[in-house]
Design a binder for this molecule. Structure first.
Ligand code: ATP
Ligand code: MG
Ligand code: MG
Length: 349
């Protein structure tokens, strides 16, 4: 069978490898870090940095198509890989999602609601942005943030100085604080011939900036759930997207506000592994290799809970509960804040 190259060897790469194998494909992981979780299940692993041109070339030579599990791939590596093999999702999705300023501008130009925002690099720009947007707000680095890292809340104008210091000189964006009643996300897929399929929106609860649980069905009115799916489809079509995307949304009295998009399989889509006939990982592999998409209909109510750090100690208790599907990532060290696995608790619907 053909070989799928996957940039990034974390748990998302691991679950993509498993899905690829189930469809009869082999997978080859490219990952700078030693002993990556995906390495235990993939058919091949290249351990090299993204500026090692020889390694990148050999990797591209060894695969038929390239995808990725994270969006912060250096541009120079992408240029080289793209000259040798197709990469899905494409460059436009990466350009837009790698920088929160470009992302918010793009989404608002599509006619979607986003938090009020302004670019900030200096104390002077921050004070102007606070005058314009008001408090409370959140200052975020434009690039490289995840799990709430690289963010500082500004409750009052005097918090500005420490917030800016937290950015450590990186270009930032000030966002007005969105007064949401719930957070939801849509995991949607688009195939190479433009077919779009979305999973049911899930309701997300974060703790300390990290996703804690996703619950389906989301406890929001049906009208908003279909709005969320339409918003996701609009973004996928605008980007001429191929693959699975996660779209995070805030539910507000003024309707849905888009928080951010992730051009990849998404933590809040893990419930699909046990709630759908075709899950987000299979859906992504199907799109990347040019298959038709599967049916994403939901056949159960699910609560997905992340197992973070010492939560791993609960595994034996969870394993003895008949309604829990466990997904463990095989990571050696259960450091605080590290995602070690997740559990899908099923209620038949
Ligand atoms: P992820 O791990 O999902 O990529 P991230 O580090 O990119 O997270 P965001 O999704 O931007 O960060 O923010 C993390 C969480 O902080 C959001 O899910 C939400 O709970 C809260 N948050 C972020 N921006 C805002 C905002 N403008 N108004 C209110 N809450 C916000
Ligand atoms: Mg993010
Ligand atoms: Mg987020």
């Amino acid at each position: 069978g053909a070989v799928i190259g996957i940039l990034g060897g974390g748990q998302l790469g691991r679950m993509l490898s498993v899905a690829a194998a189930r469809l009869g494909y082999r997978s080859h992981i490219f990952e700078p870090g030693a002993n990556p979780p995906a390495g235990h299940v993939a058919d091949a692993v290249t351990t090299a940095s993204y500026d090692d041109e020889t390694a990148l070339r050999a990797f591209a030579d060894a695969v038929d198509v390239i995808t990725y599990e994270f969006e912060n791939i250096p541009t120079s590596a992408l240029d080289l890989l793209e000259s040798m093999r197709p990469i899905y999702p494409g460059r436009e999705a990466l350009r837009v999602s790698q920088d929160r300023m470009i992302e918010k501008t793009y989404l608002s130009e599509l006619g979607l609601q986003v938090a009020p925002f302004a670019a900030v690099e200096t104390a002077d720009e921050l004070s102007k942005a606070i005058d314009q947007i008001g408090v409370p707000g959140i200052l975020k680095t434009r690039r490289f943030g995840y799990d709430g890292k690289g963010q500082a809340r500004i409750m009052q104008a005097p918090d500005a100085e420490t917030a800016l210091a937290d950015m450590q000189g990186a270009p930032a964006i000030l966002e007005g604080f969105v007064n949401f009643s719930a957070e939801i996300s849509v995991i949607a897929a688009r195939s190479q011939d433009g077919q779009v399929s979305a999973f049911d929106p899930g309701e997300n609860v974060h703790e300390g900036g990290i996703l804690r649980t996703t619950t389906v069905p989301a406890n929001v009115p049906a009208r908003l759930r279909s709005d969320a799916v339409l918003i996701a489809a609009k973004i996928l079509n605008a980007l001429d997207y191929v693959g699975v995307m996660g779209v995070e949304l805030f539910v507000t009295a003024q309707g849905l506000v888009v928080n951010e998009i992730a051009p990849r399989v998404h933590n809040s889509g893990h419930w699909t592994q046990n709630g759908c006939v075709v899950d987000q990982f299979e859906q992504h592999i199907r799109a990347v290799v040019g298959w038709p998409l599967g049916d994403g209909a939901r056949h159960a109510d699910v609560v997905m809970e992340n197992l973070i750090g010492s939560d791993l100690e609960r595994v034996s208790e969870l394993a003895s509960s008949g309604d829990c599907a466990l997904h463990l990532y095989g990571k050696a060290e259960a450091k605080a804040g590290r995602k070690m696995g997740h559990v899908n608790r099923i209620k038949k619907s």
